[in-house]
Design a protein around this ligand. Structure first.
Ligand code: ATP
Ligand code: MG
Length: 340
């Protein structure tokens, strides 16, 4: 990990930037994709690339690391980055991209200039159309690297001009290993359940995990509300920072359903709803908790997940009410009762 010099006291650099890997070998997870990128970096034969996958898994990071490894000291002049915050209409494709592609830049032998189009799925279709021919015309001097969340939002013609590399969510072990490194570098005091809570809320998104760790750490250090005994990042603090329904309460609710104890389940649900969470927040946590529930028998768990899925669908279709959740827990109680 290539940490930049420590920030001045009192001023905190976001850890996601401070610990952004500078080289491909430091990017965690997605081994197959990274092996391919590493091979490209070594032999210098860069095709046009599309990197796609969920947020916070290292796409932007890898594409910059690749460019840095390919171009070395010419990285600054040899790379043009355009992301969703730049206007990327048809004019930009016609003017900025073309003029960059035509520029003469001294690069290491055999290397190409690189145009990085980050968040490419937000480019308009007409801009993408304008890009297709441009990609071919300048292919002797320039390569395109596109990063996006959903590859199908890119027009087929662009997809067929590039090699597609896929990223998937990172596993808990991969995120944990990175968190432990950061904790050591930043001298974060933590409890095991605190880190578990971060993994639980991050759902495979490294950016989310690092941001939550940093927020919980600053709260633990200086937040007046934390009691004196907790300069530790523990479970309670993490859920305070992430502001998600507390999984322990949700777990109580599921356990009550398993025992077909409807009044108790309703009580837990009211507690959650009363603390201000919306039905869609709660159903998300119900799903995550049920998925990793260890004492539900397999068959019952499948039935639960099916019902939760249907309720989730209704809620996302707009019926964001307590009644839907009450309906859900009564069906879960009924299901468990018939199993007993
Ligand atoms: N695989 C990874 N290994 C190490 N750090 C990572 C990894 N993925 C993400 N990070 C951390 O998260 C931050 C954000 O990652 P990055 O910008 O690469 O995400 P992204 O995949 O481009 O997401 P988005 O789709 O939202 O643009 C990085 O600065 C880095 O600190
Ligand atoms: Mg990105």
């Amino acid at each position: 990990m290539d940490a930049k010099p420590a920030a001045k006291k009192g001023y905190q650099v976001p850890w996601i930037e401070k610990f952004r890997p500078q080289l491909l070998k430091d990017v965690v997870g997605n081994e197959e994709t990274l092996i391919r990128l590493q091979a490209i970096a070594e032999d210098g034969n860069l095709p046009n690339l599309i990197l796609c996958g969920p947020p916070g898994t290292g796409k932007t990071t890898s594409v910059h690391a690749l460019a840095r490894q390919l171009l070395g000291s010419a990285y600054k002049e040899g790379v043009l980055e355009l992301n969703a915050s730049d206007a990327r209409g048809i004019d930009v494709v016609r003017n900025r991209i073309k003029s960059f592609a035509m520029n003469k830049v001294t690069l290491p032998p055999g290397r190409h200039k690189i145009i990085i189009l980050d968040e490419a799925d937000s480019m308009t279709t007409s801009a993408q159309q304008a890009l297709r021919r441009t990609m071919e015309i300048y292919s002797n001097s320039t390569r395109f690297c596109l990063a996006c969340n959903i590859s199908t939002k890119l027009i087929e013609a662009i997809q067929s001009r590039a090699a597609i590399l896929r990223y998937s969510k990172l596993s808990h072990e991969q995120i944990l290993a990175n968190l432990l490194k950061v904790c050591e570098a930043e001298e974060v005091a933590y409890t095991d359940d605190g880190l578990e809570a971060i993994l639980f809320t991050a759902e495979g998104d490294m950016r989310h995990a690092l941001n939550n760790l940093q927020a919980a750490h600053s709260l633990a250090k200086g937040g007046g509300t934390a009691s004196a005994s907790t300069s530790l990042v523990n479970q309670k603090l993490v859920f305070q920072v992430c502001d998600q329904p507390h999984p322990t309460v949700v777990r109580e609710m599921i356990d009550a359903c398993q025992k077909s104890d409807l009044p108790l389940a309703i009580e837990s649900l009211n507690k959650l709803y009363g603390s201000g969470y919306s039905a869609s927040d709660i159903i998300g946590t119900i799903f995550k908790v049920t998925k990793v529930h260890d004492s539900l028998p397999e068959g019952e768990k499948l039935g639960y997940l099916r019902e939760i899925g249907f309720t989730h669908m209704r809620i996302s279709n707009g019926v964001n009410t307590l009644l839907q959740l009450l309906g859900l827990i009564s069906r879960l109680c009924q299901m468990s009762e018939s199993k007993q």
